[in-house]
Design a protein. Structure first.
Length: 107
């Protein structure tokens, strides 16, 4: 019999590691260049961790109220959880647009 719990734990750990790396990278960018793009990237990456922890906690507490409560919390979480990634993507888009403007054009 497979130990699927270990797979879920490893997957969660890898996801957390990836999120921490993105927070670190966006924090470095923010320290080097403070603009709307880097601020949104950093905010989005930090909020992705906050939302993940929030989803875990709300699911855990809603389990005490029954299965319907878990479904409601998961439905709300499926709407809210993409928001930090959208913030990050908008920040990345702004940052990339600013970097492209800085590059001199070849004549």
């Amino acid at each position: 019999m497979e130990n699927y719990e270990a797979y879920f734990m490893i997957g969660g750990g890898l996801t957390s590691l990836g999120k921490l790396i993105v927070v670190l990278a966006s924090g470095i960018l923010l320290a080097k260049q403070r603009n709307a793009g880097t601020i949104l990237m950093f905010l989005g990456s930090v909020l992705s961790i906050v939302f993940s922890i929030g989803a875990l906690l709300t699911t855990t507490f809603s389990a005490q109220a029954g299965p319907e409560s878990i479904v409601k919390v998961n439905a709300l979480s499926s709407i809210l959880s993409p928001l930090p990634y959208i913030l990050f993507a908008i920040g990345l888009l702004l940052f990339a647009a600013k970097q492209v403007k800085k590059q001199p054009r070849d004549a």
